[in-house]
Ligand binder design. Structure first.
Ligand SMILES: [Zn+2]
Length: 371
């Protein structure tokens, strides 16, 4: 790959590698994402989020095993240039000649925390960040790295990973076959959803299928990151839960003291899981917030179950770290709200990958159709 102005990291990587550029650009100008026959080589997964909180790169073998991982989380919302530079940095650090051992990188998968037109490889928008509107990230990376690249929404990527090797796979639940209709919901800073039907991501007409965060659930509800009101994300995302806990605790000294206790006197750092634990300990403010999360999340889920009749709904992201404190009551409420026939074979499960779901999803995207 020729060194280009403004791309110092790749130039550095190449300059110090002592290997020909051919080992880093195995497929030349070919950027097809069709089927690929390969028995050796590697794939790369990249995770980016609008908030800046999640940026990482993973080098994986063709079995999907992550061999090396580089993270560059940020505490501020970065602009596009900063994120692209970070990706360069992380790739240079992850893809050293020693790790590649003359092996080829066959494909790069990118899981993006925002609206993605996966058909055309374009980032439509990232709700927390500016500068991404209609950014052709797939072509940009494919050309820059000279490696075929595939991008998708992070929840779609995570959903595919759960089907192939997680909570919805044959190995993840050995008594059943792999699920045919799977819904993954990432309850993170925002709320994303991904739908996998018969092993394939279902994108919908304009690639917004599964965007459950923006389902309307509450009349006169709080403002959402998208600008709308009463959307699920504004009530049940980790940010909404933490924000509500600090906002509502003002008149309750006992709750304020409990927040200080669990956060080491950093109330702004309270997590959704901690709010669920405080609710379980009997804190009334936390109980009210958890009650709202259960109520509105169950309404959204029940409506979706009624429409698509999934075999499993997998919950990931920070809120899902609450585990059974979230899932058991939710399963009961969804079951009350749905027709028995729609609910009879439904499981609600926690993600197999925890906070790694998006990067495992990115690797899974890269491995699609490599045989
Ligand atoms: Zn919204």
């Amino acid at each position: 790959m020729p060194a280009q102005p403004g791309q110092p990291h790749w130039s550095t990587l190449e300059g110090t590698s002592g290997v020909s550029s051919g080992s880093l650009s195995p497929l030349g100008a070919t950027r097809t994402t069709g089927k690929l026959l390969a028995t050796q080589g590697y794939v790369v997964g990249i995770e980016i989020s609008g908030s800046g909180a999640r940026q990482s790169v993973a080098l994986a073998d063709l079995g999907g095993n992550i061999l090396h991982r580089v993270r560059r989380p940020l505490e501020y919302v970065p602009d596009t240039k900063t994120v692209l530079r970070l990706i360069d940095d992380m790739l240079a650090e992850a893809l050293t000649p020693e790790r590649l051992n003359n092996g080829r990188i066959l494909r790069v998968g990118v899981a993006v925390g925002g609206l993605v037109d996966a058909t055309h490889g374009i980032v439509r928008t990232l709700h927390h960040a500016h500068g991404w509107n209609d950014f052709p990230l797939q072509d940009y990376l494919s050309e820059r790295l000279d490696i075929p690249c595939i991008i998708d929404n992070n929840a779609n990527a995570a959903a595919l990973a759960e089907v192939q090797c997680g909570a919805a796979s044959v190995t993840g639940h050995s008594s059943r076959n792999a699920e045919r209709v799977v819904l993954y919901i990432g309850l993170g800073r925002g709320i994303g959803g991904g739908l996998v039907i018969n092993g394939k991501i279902f994108h919908g007409e304009t690639c917004t299928a599964g965007e459950i965060g923006h389902v309307f659930v509450k009349e006169n509800g709080p403002k959402c990151s998208c600008g709308g009101y009463g959307h699920l994300e504004a009530i049940a995302s980790s940010e909404a839960i933490s924000h509500a806990m600090n906002e509502l605790s003002g008149e309750y000294p006992e709750t304020e003291a409990a927040i200080r206790r669990v956060t080491g006197a950093r109330p702004e750092r309270i997590t959704a899981e901690q709010v669920f634990l405080l609710a379980a300990e009997g804190d009334k403010v936390a109980q009210g917030i958890v009650q709202d999360v259960q109520t509105y999340l169950s309404i959204a889920l029940a409506n979706i179950v009624q429409l698509i009749n999934p075999g499993v709904i997998i919950l990931g992201g920070q809120v899902a770290q609450a585990g059974d404190l979230l899932i058991k009551p939710l399963q009961a409420r969804v079951s009350e709200l749905c027709l028995a026939a729609a609910n009879s074979s439904l499981r609600i499960a926690q993600s197999s990958f925890g906070s790694e779901a998006n990067i495992v999803g990115a690797v899974t995207l890269a491995l699609q159709d490599i045989e």
